[in-house]
Write a protein that binds this ligand. Structure first.
Ligand SMILES: C[S@@+](CC[C@H](N)C(=O)[O-])C[C@H]1O[C@@H](n2cnc3c(N)ncnc32)[C@H](O)[C@@H]1O
Length: 229
């Protein structure tokens, strides 16, 4: 049996036998030992900066060029602890997000994330049946204690509402659904940050960015592209 298949079998066994909270706790602990700890140490000796394409120069450029995408950050750990894959190693977007959001933690931000992490294997871009829906929204809420967090997804089964979090239905391939999303009273004032972690086809990004740019001009829209930065 190969190492990957062995790990898969152990994971399935734990999934079947442990209660969900214990399973996710065990998964995070494994990730901590097998990835975050060694990677934090090795990133002291190796650095890689993201490839940055921007218009003009400025503080943001300088900051992004200083980010080490090999070094896990607190945001990577928080997101992984909740069950999001943004900074778990397979992806490393949160290494750059940490740089972008440095100094923003106490701001009363309005953040919208598209794509909440369905665990329905039949849907596009699913996190798989072991996935944790809505993980990243709870992560954002912890990271930004004064922010209001909004989310949208095509999977109605994972929509929810909790303190400082509200979610809505949206099919990112449907211009009318995007318009309806923006007509929600809570979203009409626009967003400081929009993260597209839903469907990531070019057509979909065009539709999304068109609608969102009108709604929140001059704010940040972050797209997720490729596996690693
Ligand atoms: C990779 S998951 C999001 C992961 C999550 N943000 C996290 O960090 O844990 C992608 C999500 O996009 C959603 N999705 C796929 N197609 C969509 C569409 N056409 N419109 C809206 N959401 C869609 C899926 O239901 C899934 O929940």
């Amino acid at each position: 049996m190969t190492g990957v298949r062995f790990i898969g079998s152990v994971r399935n066994f734990l999934w079947r036998t442990l209660p969900p909270t214990a399973y996710h706790h065990a998964r995070y602990s494994c990730r901590n030992c097998s990835f975050f700890l060694p990677q934090t140490i090795s990133a002291r000796f190796h650095a890689a900066t993201p490839e940055v394409h921007t218009f003009g120069s400025g503080d943001l450029n300088t900051r992004l060029h200083k980010a080490n995408v090999l070094a896990p950050t607190r945001m990577c750990r928080t997101m992984t602890r909740y069950g999001s894959d943004k900074g778990s190693g397979w992806h490393n977007y949160t290494t750059v997000y940490s740089t972008l959001f440095r100094g923003w933690h106490d701001r009363p931000l309005r953040i919208l994330e598209l794509g909440l992490g369905t665990n329905n294997p039949g849907l596009m871009s699913s996190m798989g049946s072991h996935g944790v829906p809505d993980a990243s929204l709870r992560g954002w809420r912890e990271i930004f204690p004064s922010a209001l967090i909004y989310g949208a997804d095509i999977d109605r089964d994972i929509l929810f509402q909790e303190e400082r979090i509200k979610t809505f239905y949206c099919d990112q391939l449907d211009a009318t659904a995007i318009k309806n999303l923006w007509s929600q009273p809570e979203l009409r004032d626009g967003m400081n940050v929009i993260i597209n972690d839903g469907l990531r086809t070019l057509r979909c990004e065009r539709l999304v960015s068109g609608g969102f740019a009108r709604q929140s001009p001059s704010r940040w829209v972050l797209y997720r592209r490729g596996h690693r930065l």
